[in-house]
Design a protein. Structure first.
Length: 142
């Protein structure tokens, strides 16, 4: 049913709530995992247009993805690809999911953060409204 699952990671503690759930699910469905983090700092958002050098944040994010991929491969035996994208998180999540023909998008929720959601918008809400595949959202622990 699910051939390839895009797992949107934030390089934050919420990832540790999402990963066990999606790893078990992927083993049950024998799915590939595409671990995606979207770097959205100033350098990442302007990287191509201004021909900028890779930032320390981008290097750390890629290292983080590779560490998780290596660990999950060892634990599950699944095919797992780490991917760093640059720019606007909802846009990149949707674009990569479509390009890679992912069947499911998995994300972790932070819960309601009224002021933060108003100022920054909610990545989950933006993805939910435009996604053409199902979305699995893991809520935060209480």
């Amino acid at each position: 049913m699910y051939r390839k699952i895009l797992v949107a990671l934030e390089n934050s503690p919420t990832d540790q709530e999402l990963l066990p759930h999606i790893a078990r699910f992927a083993v049950m469905t024998k799915s590939e995992l595409l671990l995606l983090h979207v770097a959205d700092g100033w350098v990442a958002r302007n990287f191509e247009q201004l021909s900028l050098a890779e930032s320390e944040e981008m290097r750390e994010d890629l290292s983080y993805l590779e560490e998780i991929a290596t660990r999950l491969r060892g634990e599950t035996g699944l095919k797992i690809e780490p991917r760093l994208a640059l720019g606007n998180p909802p846009t990149q999540i949707l674009q990569v999911a479509e390009q890679e023909q992912c069947d499911l998008i998995a994300m972790a929720s932070h819960g309601h953060q009224l002021i933060g959601d108003i100022i920054h918008g909610s990545t989950i809400e933006a993805v939910r409204h435009k996604a053409h595949v199902p979305i699995l959202v893991v809520p935060p622990k209480k």
